[in-house]
Ligand binder design. Sequence first.
Ligand SMILES: Nc1ncnc2c1ncn2[C@@H]1O[C@H](COP(=O)(O)OP(=O)(O)OP(=O)(O)O)[C@@H](O)[C@H]1O
Ligand SMILES: [Mg+2]
Length: 282
Amino acid sequence: MTLPKFRKEDVLVEALPYIQEFESKTFVIKYGGAVMEEENLKQMVAQDVTLLRKIGINIIVVHGGGKEITSLSNKLNLKTNFVNGQRYTDDDTIGVVQMVLAGQINKDIVRRINMHGGRAVGVSGIDGNLLGVKKYEKEDLGLVGEIENVNDRFLANLMKDGYLPVIAPVGVDGNGAVYNVNADIAACHIAGAVTSSKLVFMTDVEGIKDGERLMTHLTRSEAQKMIEKGIINGGMIPKVESAFRALDAGVKKVHIIDGRIPHALLLEIFTKEGVGTEIVDE
Ligand SMILES: Nc1ncnc2c1ncn2[C@@H]1O[C@H](COP(=O)(O)OP(=O)(O)OP(=O)(O)O)[C@@H](O)[C@H]1O
Ligand SMILES: [Mg+2]
């Protein structure tokens, strides 16, 4: 009989120093890519965040849902317009954004976490004025908001009572108008506001890559150079720029991890090797 490669007790013991280090700290986790789409991965990530919460780490989940917004818009025969690759959110679309993000997706994530006893509570940025925004000004993207303030006390209260907030990234302005907010950017503002120890972006690539090579560790200036050279582009840019902002706000480490790997979150947090890319200050 061959012995298994990893013995359960070794794996648990390897996790102990991390469990000690992270007890009562806060992690913000942004769901994206495969963990939003594949049934088995949805279940696993629900287990993972529940486990983290149960060992005493405060967890906040932030999710997106661009694909589902496009899909419901199509079913309703609403045209989706993109400006430089970014969605233009008109009056009809913002209704769909709310239905999909704050309704369907948010409740689906909450339900899954609660099946494992994770005490998730779903809120949008409208609830408790969680995300105060103004209209994004650099380009006209319609009802797209830029975050001006985060009601961190509301989140702190939920977590103090043992709840796990699951946040849909829509915000509200001073006049009560509702805006769509980029989920990566929302996650970084939230991480900064609650002085999270970690901000984790789960996505559908191995991490930040330079050609074929996975970069496991990047400093801010190295990542900045990769943006300037165009090696980091597209959907990776809001993550990396959000990483910089989060580091400025006192977040210690930002991780970009491959959600397609089963239990990627646990591997990243509880093993020396980790998975994906970590971005730190110099
Ligand atoms: N240097 C790079 N390394 C890795 N991925 C990169 C790089 N530059 C650009 N990308 C792209 O960034 C994408 C990740 O961002 P994307 O917005 O597609 O996913 P997400 O934010 O996880 O999901 P969603 O936007 O649906 O919530 C990768 O699939 C890849 O195509
Ligand atoms: Mg994205």
